[in-house]
Design a protein around this ligand. Structure first.
Ligand code: MTE
Ligand code: MO
Length: 254
C-alpha cells in the first residue's frame, strides 16, 4: 500500500530536519569538539544568538546610583606572580598592552596611551556563574576601536586575552571570544571602575568587560590581545582556563 505522507507529516519532517540542520551548523561553527550535553546546548545557544542578536543589541545600562559601593571579587584577586607584583609596585609604568596575531599593525600601548584614547563609560551588571551579581561603572577603550587600529586580517575569527595571573594549576588565566562579540559596542578593555583605576583585585591595570557574557569571560590582568583563527594553541585548546579545566562552556552568552 502506498504510504503517502500527509501535509502535517511533511511539515513535521521539514521542521525536524531544519532543526537538525541548525544544530549541525551551530556545532560546526563551535570552535572545539562537543564534549557533553552542556557543550551541545552552548553550541546551539551560540548559533541561535548569532541569528537573534545579529543587530548587536545593547545590554541594559543602569543608573550610577545603583553601583555597588564595594565591587565583589572572584577568582584570583592578587596575582602571586613576581612579575605582576613588580609592575603593580611601579604603578604599571612599565606595563604595556600588546595587540598581535592576525593583524596588519601589531601594537604595544602604555596605560597612558590607552587613557588618551576615546573612552567609554558604562554602568552594567556583572553576573558570576558562582551565583552573585553586582553593578559597576566601567571605563575603558572599546575593543572594536583597538581592533580597527591594528587592522584585523582576513581569516581571523577569535580574540584571545592573555592574563598575567598564574592559577592554582600552574597555568596562566586566559579567555577568548569571537570577533562578533569583540565588535559589540559595549565590549571594552576597562582601566577604570567607579571613577578610579581598576583596583588590583578587580584586574588592574586592564580587564575585559564583555557585557553580553558571563563572569569568567571577563579576563582580568590582561597584557596581551591575540587575534587568531584558532584556539587550539593555547592551554588545552578549549578557549579559556575554566573551559580547559572545568567543563565550563566557551560561549557563555547571558
Ligand atoms: N585573569 C583572571 N581573570 C578572571 C578571573 C581570574 O581568576 N583571573 N576570574 C573570573 C571570574 S570567575 C569572574 S566572576 C570575574 C570576577 O571579576 P571581579 O573579581 O572584578 O569581580 O573575573 C573573571 N576573570
Ligand atoms: Mo565567576
Amino acid at each position: 500500500m502506498a504510504n503517502k505522507l500527509n501535509r502535517r507529516q511533511l511539515l513535521h519532517g521539514m521542521l525536524l530536519s531544519g532543526a537538525a540542520g541548525g544544530v549541525a551548523m551551530a556545532a560546526a561553527k563551535y570552535p572545539s569538539p562537543i564534549r557533553n550535553i552542556y557543550d551541545l546546548a552552548d553550541a546551539i545557544n551560540y548559533g541561535l544568538h548569532d541569528l537573534l542578536l545579529s543587530g548587536q543589541p545593547l545590554v541594559r545600562e543602569y543608573d550610577r546610583a545603583n553601583v555597588a559601593q564595594i565591587f565583589p571579587t572572584s577568582g584570583v584577586t592578587s596575582p602571586r606572580d613576581e612579575r605582576y607584583q613588580r609592575m603593580l609596585a611601579n604603578n604599571f609604568e612599565d606595563w604595556t598592552l600588546k595587540i598581535e596575531g592576525l593583524v596588519d599593525n601589531p601594537m604595544e600601548l602604555s596605560l597612558s596611551e590607552l587613557r588618551a584614547m576615546n573612552s567609554q563609560t558604562q554602568v552594567t551588571l556583572h553576573t558570576c556563574d558562582e551565583g552573585w551579581s553586582a553593578i559597576g561603572e566601567w571605563t575603558g577603550v572599546p575593543l572594536w576601536q583597538l581592533l580597527q587600529l591594528v587592522g584585523v586580517q582576513p581569516g581571523a575569527k577569535y580574540v584571545i586575552f592573555h592574563c598575567m595571573d598564574t592559577q592554582g594549576d600552574g597555568n596562566l588565566y586566559y579567555e577568548s571570544i569571537d570577533l562578533f562579540a569583540a565588535s559589540h559596542p559595549q565590549t571594552i578593555l576597562a582601566y577604570g571602575l567607579n571613577g578610579n583605576p581598576v583596583p588590583e583585585p578587580n584586574g588592574a591595570p586592564l580587564r575585559l568587560r564583555i557585557e553580553t557574557q558571563i563572569g569568567y569571560k571577563h579576563a582580568k590582568f590582561v597584557e596581551r590581545v591575540e587575534v587568531t583563527d584558532t584556539l587550539a594553541h593555547v592551554g588545552a585548546g578549549r578557549g579559556g582556563w575554566w573551559e580547559d579545566i572545568d567543563n565550563a562552556v566557551w560561549y557563555a552568552g547571558l
